[in-house]
Design a protein around this ligand. Structure first.
Ligand SMILES: CCCCCCCCCCCCCCCCCCCCCC(=O)SCCNC(=O)CCNC(=O)[C@H](O)C(C)(C)COP(=O)(O)OP(=O)(O)OC[C@H]1O[C@@H](n2cnc3c(N)ncnc32)[C@H](O)[C@@H]1OP(=O)(O)O
Ligand SMILES: NC(=O)C1=CN([C@@H]2O[C@H](COP(=O)(O)OP(=O)(O)OC[C@H]3O[C@@H](n4cnc5c(N)ncnc54)[C@H](OP(=O)(O)O)[C@@H]3O)[C@@H](O)[C@H]2O)C=CC1
Length: 498
C-alpha cells in the first residue's frame, strides 16, 4: 500500500493555479492515486464567457483526465471550484466559501503565479508576492492545516551560479516593496524597477525570489515546504508521455522550429538544458506534501526539482534530437524546412536573423501582398524574435543546483512510493523523452492528426524544391552580374564553357 496515496485519502486539499499547466497534472495525479480524497478546493477566477463550472468541465473532459475518469467516476463532485481572484483583497472569496476553506482545509498547494517574464513589476509583485502573503495569512487561520506547499522556481536565484536549497535574501525587504506599491504610481515603478531587480533578468524571477522571502518570514507555526522546479516540460510517463498544453518555455520554440520559422538561435550548445518533466515535478510535490505533514521538519525545507546535476543534457544534444524527430514526424503547414543553428557569436546571430528569419518573412509578405492578401509574416517574425530575446538568458548559461533534500526524500520513500511517485530523474532517457515531447507538441498542443504526416512530408519536399530553385536562380543572377563587371570572372566562365 502506498503511504503517500493513503495519506491523501479523506483529505480536503486547496490548490491555487489549478487551471494552469502544473495545476492540471497535480489534480489528475491526486485523483488517480487517491480517489478517496474528500475534496479538492480550487481557486478559480471567472474568465470571459465561462462560468467556473464550465472552466472545470473543460479541464476534466480533456484527454489528460481520460484515465482518472475511469478510476474516479465522481470526479466532478471531488473538485469544488471557488470563485477567487488572487489580485483582490481576501481574493474576493465569498464569506461562506472562506469559512468553509478556513475550517476544512488540510493541505495547501500554492501554484498560482504570473509566469510572464515581461509582466509589469506591480502586477508581478501583486500575484507572486502579495497573494502569497495573503494565502499564508489565510493558512494561519486554518486549524486543520497539516502542510503548505509553495511552488517557486529554480530560477528565483538565477543571479547566482551555484544554488543551494536555502532562501537567499533580496536587497529590499518584500514587505517594503508591497507597501511601496500602494503609493508609487506606474511611472515611479517603471523607473525604480531596474534598480530593484539588480542582476535578476526579469520581473518573474525577481518576484518569485521575493515570494520565497515572504514564505520564510510569514511562516509562523505553519508546516511549510518550497519546491523549485527548473524548466518544466511535457509529461515523461504519466498519465501518458508527451502531454503539454501551452507555449511557455521550450514548447513555443519547438513549434517555431518545427514550422520552420525559427532556424537559428543564440544559445550555447554546451550549456545544460535543465528541463524537468511536469509529472516528475508533481510526483515530488505530492511526496513533499506527505513528508511535510507527517514528519513535520523543524525548518522550512526547500526541494530542487532539477535534472542538471543528476542526468545532464545540453541544448546542442536536445536541438539535434528535436530536429531528427521532425524528420520522422513533421509538423503541418511548415513555412520553411526545419533547421537549427546554435551560435553564441553576436555577429553570426545578426546575420542569421537577417538572412534566415527577416528576409524570408519579407519575401513571403511581398508574395502575400502581390496575391492580394494581408502581409503578416514580418510582424509574426518580430514577435518571435522578441520572445527569443527573453529566453536567451536561460539558454546561454548553466547553473548548479544542489539536491540534498530531494535525494533525502527519495530515500525516505517506500519502494512502492518510489515507483508510484517517481521523481528520480536519473532514470530519464533524454532521446526517448524528447521524441515523445515533440510528438506531444504535435498532438496535444497543435492538435494535428497523425494521418496528415505523409502530406506534411510532401509539403516539406515541395519546400526543399523551392529552396533549390530559389538558390539556383539567385546564383545565376549573382554570377551574371559578376561576369558583367569582372574580367577574371568572365575568363573563368569562358574557360569552364570551353
Ligand atoms: C534554432 C532553433 C532550434 C530549435 C530546436 C528546439 C530546441 C529546444 C528549445 C530551445 C530553447 C528553449 C528555451 C527555453 C527557456 C525557458 C526558460 C524558462 C525559465 C524559467 C522557467 C519558469 O520558472 S516559469 C515558466 C516560464 N515562463 C515562460 O516561459 C513565459 C514566457 N512567455 C512570456 O513571458 C510572454 O509570452 C512573452 C515571451 C513576453 C511574449 O509576450 P507577448 O505579449 O508578446 O505575447 P503573448 O504572451 O500575449 O502571446 C502572444 C501570442 O504569441 C504566442 N506565444 C507566446 N509565447 C510564445 C512562444 N514562446 N513561442 C511562440 N508563440 C508564443 C501566444 O500563444 C499568443 O498567440 P495568439 O496571439 O495567437 O493568442
Ligand atoms: N511552467 C514552468 O516552466 C515553471 C513553472 N514554475 C512555477 O509553477 C507554478 C505554476 O506554473 P504554470 O502552471 O506553468 O503556470 P500557468 O501560467 O500555466 O498557470 C498559472 C495559474 O495561476 C492562475 N492565476 C493567475 N492569476 C490569477 C489570479 N489573479 N487569480 C487566480 N488565479 C490566477 C492561472 O489561472 P487562469 O487559468 O485563470 O489564468 C493559472 O491557473 C508557478 O508558481 C510557476 O512559477 C516553476 C518553474 C517552471
Amino acid at each position: 500500500m502506498s503511504m503517500i496515496a493513503a495519506f491523501y485519502g479523506g483529505k480536503s486539499i486547496l490548490i491555487t493555479g489549478a487551471t494552469g499547466f502544473l495545476g492540471k497534472v497535480l489534480i489528475e495525479k491526486l485523483c488517480r492515486t487517491s480517489p478517496d480524497l474528500k475534496v479538492i478546493y480550487i481557486l478559480v477566477r471567472p474568465k470571459a464567457g465561462h462560468t467556473l463550472q464550465q472552466r472545470v468541465s473543460q479541464i476534466i473532459n480533456t484527454k489528460l483526465f481520460e484515465k482518472v475518469r475511469e478510476v474516479c467516476p465522481n470526479l466532478h463532485e471531488k473538485i469544488r471550484a471557488i470563485s477567487a481572484d488572487l489580485n483582490q483583497n481576501d481574493f474576493a472569496i465569498s464569506k461562506e466559501d472562506m469559512q468553509e476553506l478556513l475550517s476544512c482545509t488540510n493541505i495547501i498547494f500554492h501554484c498560482a503565479a504570473t509566469v510572464r517574464f515581461d509582466d509589469h513589476l506591480r502586477h508581478a509583485v501583486q500575484l507572486n508576492v502579495t497573494a502569497t502573503q495573503q494565502l499564508l495569512f489565510m493558512a494561519s487561520q486554518m486549524p486543520k492545516l497539516e502542510a503548505f506547499i509553495h511552488i517557486s522556481t529554480a530560477f528565483s536565484n538565477c543571479n547566482l551560479k551555484h544554488i543551494d536549497e536555502v532562501i537567499y535574501p533580496c536587497s529590499v525587504e518584500p514587505k517594503k516593496i508591497i507597501d511601496s506599491m500602494e503609493w508609487w504610481d506606474d511611472a515611479i515603478v517603471d523607473e525604480i524597477a531596474p534598480k530593484l531587480m539588480g542582476d535578476w533578468p526579469n520581473t518573474y524571477t525577481y518576484t518569485k525570489a521575493l515570494g520565497e522571502m515572504v514564505v520564510q518570514q510569514e511562516s509562523g507555526n505553519l508546516n511549510i515546504a518550497i519546491i523549485r522546479p527548473s524548466i518544466v516540460g511535457a509529461t515523461w510517463q504519466e498519465p501518458f508521455p508527451g502531454w503539454v498544453d501551452n507555449l511557455n518555455g521550450p514548447n513555443g520554440m519547438i513549434v517555431a522550429a518545427g514550422r520552420g520559422f525559427l532556424r537559428a538561435i543564440r544559445a550555447s550548445p554546451l550549456a545544460v538544458a535543465d528541463l524537468i518533466p511536469v509529472d516528475t515535478v508533481i510526483n515530488l510535490t505530492l511526496a513533499v506534501g506527505w513528508y511535510t505533514a507527517v514528519h513535520r521538519p523543524k525548518s522550512t525545507l526547500i526541494y530542487h526539482c532539477t535534472s542538471g546535476n543528476l542526468n545532464p543534457c545540453n541544448w546542442g544534444k536536445m536541438g539535434c534530437q528535436v530536429l531528427s524527430t521532425f524528420e520522422k514526424i513533421p509538423f503541418e503547414k511548415a513555412f520553411r524546412r526545419p533547421h537549427a543553428d546554435f551560435t553564441a557569436n553576436t555577429i553570426t546571430v545578426h546575420y542569421w536573423n537577417a538572412v534566415s528569419h527577416r528576409a524570408p518573412a519579407m519575401i513571403y509578405d511581398i508574395y502575400l501582398w502581390l496575391t492580394g492578401r494581408k502581409p503578416r509574416m514580418t510582424k509574426l517574425m518580430n514577435r518571435l524574435l522578441r520572445t527569443i530575446s527573453m529566453l536567451e538568458y536561460f539558454i546561454n548559461r548553466s547553473w548548479e543546483w544542489s539536491t540534498y533534500n530531494t535525494e533525502m526524500l527519495m530515500s525516505e520513500l517506500s519502494p512502492e512510493d518510489q515507483r508510484i511517485f517517481n521523481f528520480d530523474v536519473r532514470q530519464l532517457n533524454w532521446l526517448e523523452y524528447i521524441e515523445n515531447y515533440v510528438l506531444g507538441v504535435k498532438k496535444y498542443l497543435l492538435k494535428e492528426d497523425m494521418a496528415g504526416i505523409p502530406e506534411a512530408k510532401q509539403h516539406l519536399r515541395r519546400l526543399r524544391n523551392i529552396y533549390y530553385l530559389f538558390n539556383t536562380v539567385f546564383f545565376l543572377i549573382a554570377w551574371r552580374l559578376l561576369i558583367a563587371r569582372s574580367q577574371i570572372a568572365r575568363n573563368v566562365w569562358f574557360f569552364i564553357m570551353w
